[in-house]
Design a protein around this ligand. Structure first.
Ligand SMILES: *Cc1c(COP(=O)(O)O)cnc(C)c1O
Length: 242
């Protein structure tokens, strides 16, 4: 019998395929990222066995705790949580290839310092607060271009695109506006052709709203609940912490 996780992944892939086709896109251009916060390593491994390879954590602590258990299965790991500057050395220890949550210049500067010291580079996305909620992280849309220019100065940080969480309590049209704002920003930044800046990735859409995100151009959708089930810890613990 198929496990619930394998079954759920099938449903999500089907949702991605339908939304892609409905908007004239190739489903291959949309990557599924598994948001694995609170999910135990053995359950993440089930997802690997079902063919998934891209996961992301929100907390350095969880990244560290699961690192050993997951490292014998080949996969790619991103970081999608609010990153405090005092956790930089740690986040770089556990094989993360992309930090999707770069939202301020002091964080970028400190990452660059550490990466220079270690003589390596990392991919980053710029996180934009498209819904203007006080409580959420991400650069204000009006400041996003300036931040991209600043981060581009740090040669160890390879900018690949933008990320947003989007409104989590609101009307569907408001949510769509968040996603389309991120896409417009991406297009604007692309047009500027800032040296060293690539704008291929749009990381947006989650369990409840991935269709809309795909329609608006998402290249990475981040799904947790719809694959692993409800979490006990509320999202506010991950999204509104200070
Ligand atoms: C938890 C999380 C997700 C996935 O949310 P679900 O609603 O569980 O699919 C996506 N992005 C970020 C940044 C998250 O923290």
């Amino acid at each position: 019998m198929k496990s619930d996780i394998t079954h759920n992944i099938g449903i999500i892939l089907e949702r991605i395929r339908k939304a892609s086709e409905a908007s004239g896109r190739d489903p291959k251009d949309v990557r599924l990222l598994l948001a694995t916060k609170t999910v135990a390593a053995d359950r993440i491994k089930e997802a690997f066995h079902a063919g998934q390879t891209l996961i992301a954590e929100n907390k350095v602590q969880e990244l560290r705790d699961k690192f050993e258990a997951l490292k014998d299965v080949r996969h790619t790991s991103h970081f999608i949580g609010h990153l405090q500057t005092n956790k930089i050395n740690d986040v770089l220890k556990y094989g993360v290839s992309c930090i999707q949550s770069v939202d301020r210049v002091d964080l970028a500067e400190k990452l660059h310092k550490r990466l220079s010291y270690e003589n390596r580079t990392i991919e980053v996305l710029i996180q934009v607060n498209t819904s203007n909620e006080e409580s959420k992280f991400g650069v204000h849309p009006d400041q996003a271009i300036e931040l991209v220019r600043q981060v581009a100065q740090f040669k160890t940080l390879k900018i690949k695109g933008l990320m947003t969480i989007g409104l989590f309590k609101g009307q569907p049209h408001e949510l769509r506006a968040c996603f389309s704002l991120l896409r417009k920003l991406r297009d604007q930044i692309s047009d500027l052709a800032i040296p060293g800046v690539e704008m291929d990735e749009l990381s947006m859409g989650m369990s409840g709203d991935l269709e809309m995100a795909v329609e608006e151009g998402a290249t990475i959708v981040r799904v947790g609940t719809a694959i692993f089930g409800q979490r006990v810890t509320p999202d506010s613990y991950y999204w509104n912490e200070q």
